[in-house]
Design a protein around this ligand. Structure first.
Ligand code: I3S
Length: 151
């Protein structure tokens, strides 16, 4: 990420459909499983998170909700296509202290791939075929992790 220091501002949310796969979970490599995903970047001054929801279930995530209550709210369990034995159709990642960069060619043969690493040892690849879409997400994710860099 370009290291422009940012100031935490009012809550913001960015949503859209992206192709997402986990490649690492809790520090362990997991099998790729690209899935069309309703992706929501929800950021408050103290807690930025990326909420990922399989597209078959995406209507659940349309309404913005406060991050904490959203995470704690009950979830309907369903079979998931996400890798790593994920049993829920939605999951969220805490972006505090995370890093964002363009993925190198050895990570994926696809174009326009962002690599997102979290402090908890989860690595995601995030992709869109549309330049402007993925560039916007890159900027938004960079801004968020820069704002919430680990102290
Ligand atoms: O990095 P990899 O393992 O070459 O990633 C590809 C595989 O996960 C592949 O699945 P199978 O190994 O189950 O056939 C996927 O279909 C590909 O999309 C993965 O590669 P890309 O380069 O698209 O991320």
């Amino acid at each position: 990420c370009p290291s422009s220091p940012k100031h935490a501002s009012s809550p913001s949310e960015k949503c859209g459909v992206l192709n997402v796969t986990k490649i690492t979970e809790n520090g362990k490599k997991v099998r790729k499983n690209w899935a069309s995903t309703w992706t929501s970047l929800y950021s408050t001054s103290s807690f930025p998170e990326l909420i990922l929801s399989l597209i078959s279930n995406w209507t659940r995530s349309i309404k913005p909700r406060p991050a904490v209550s959203y995470v704690q709210s009950g979830r309907v369990k369903a079979a998931s296509k996400f890798g790593g034995g994920q049993s829920k159709p939605e999951f969220s990642v805490d972006l505090r202290g995370g890093s964002v960069d363009w993925a190198s060619k050895d990570k994926s043969s696809k174009k326009h791939v962002i690599e997102l690493k979290t402090r908890q040892g989860t690595e995601l690849l995030i992709q869109s075929e549309i330049d402007s879409v993925i560039n916007d997400w890159f900027r938004a994710l960079c801004e968020t992790v820069n704002t919430h860099a680990w102290e």
